[in-house]
Design a protein around this ligand. Structure first.
Ligand code: IPE
Ligand code: IPE
Ligand code: MG
Length: 256
């Protein structure tokens, strides 16, 4: 969000990190997991849904407040129609099968991303999941679906331009906070830790604004194999980091 780094995380610059309040995951490597086993890619995506289920439980157990998962990017429409349709089928499968249990565990589901081109049945299920769990107080599970960070930023800029053109906002009102309020993630704190599986070292258009001061953990583990232990290891790596936010290291020697 657009608040100062201290407000964002409740941490002073230079302090050591505790358990991350918000973990965001780029769940990558389903296709390779399947290919390595001579299986169709969809089998990797199926196993990826199981990994997601495990990770939601593990994140809840760790006391994480927000878990954001990148489940379909706007750029993923470039894949063959059959794979896109498999992925749409699996998001429906996940919501249909797991909604009741997630709800019972107090999980609040949020969806970020563009509504454009989302098939109506998928859109309906996602809104049902959000509506059903709206007042829950447990883990916030944020599903980035049909999401693209640049598109989200452009949309925020457009909303601001419209408000300024309409005279309801002045140019000097365009602050970091005002901008952040117009993103899909408006009332969600910035991620403290971003994890990407499968060994790829890139963001692929994920949470570009929100990750300005996130810590990153990249692991070679393919998403279908991602375990509770892998999540704990990422959190442990995070805990060893010193977040400075441009300030000075508390560990640095100060001259006498
Ligand atoms: C991640 O796995 C799932 C989505 C992008 C939807 P991939 O399908 O990208 O798997 P790889 O990268 O081809 O192995
Ligand atoms: C990022 O993975 C998107 C999701 C995990 C949903 P991709 O597999 O689509 O990313 P690239 O194409 O390798 O950058
Ligand atoms: Mg991939």
């Amino acid at each position: 969000m657009g608040s100062s780094p201290e407000q964002r995380t409740g941490k002073e610059p230079g302090s050591q990190a505790g358990v991350p309040r918000h973990i965001a995951i780029i769940m990558d490597g389903n296709g390779r997991w399947a290919q390595m086993r001579g299986l169709p890619r969809v089998e990797g995506h199926r196993r990826g849904v199981e990994a997601l289920r495990r990770t939601v439980d593990a994140a809840s157990a760790l006391g994480v407040n927000y878990l954001t998962v990148y489940s379909f990017s706007i750029e993923n429409w470039r894949r063959p129609a059959t794979e896109v349709s498999d992925l749409m089928g699996l998001i429906k499968f996940f919501v249909r099968r797991d909604l009741a249990e997630l709800h019972r565990h107090g999980v609040r589901i949020r969806v970020v991303g563009s509504p454009d081109d989302v098939p109506p049945d998928v859109a309906a299920l996602l809104s049902e999941a959000q509506e059903t769990t709206r007042t829950n107080r447990g883990l916030n599970l944020v599903i980035a679906f049909n999401y693209g960070a640049r598109q989200e930023i452009v949309q925020a800029a457009r909303r601001i331009a419209e408000a300024v053109a309409a005279g309801t906002m002045r140019p000097e009102d365009v602050t970091e906070a005002a901008f952040a309020r117009r993103l899909d993630t408006a009332d969600i704190p910035d991620p403290d830790l971003v994890i990407r599986t499968s060994g790829e070292l890139r963001l692929s258009n994920f949470l570009l604004w929100q990750s300005a001061y996130a810590e990153f953990v990249f692991t070679p583990v393919l998403w279908p194999d991602f375990s509770r232990g892998d999540l704990e290891a990422a959190v442990e790596a995070y805990r060893q980091r010193e977040r400075r936010y441009g300030g000075l290291s508390m560990r640095a020697e100060t001259p006498a």
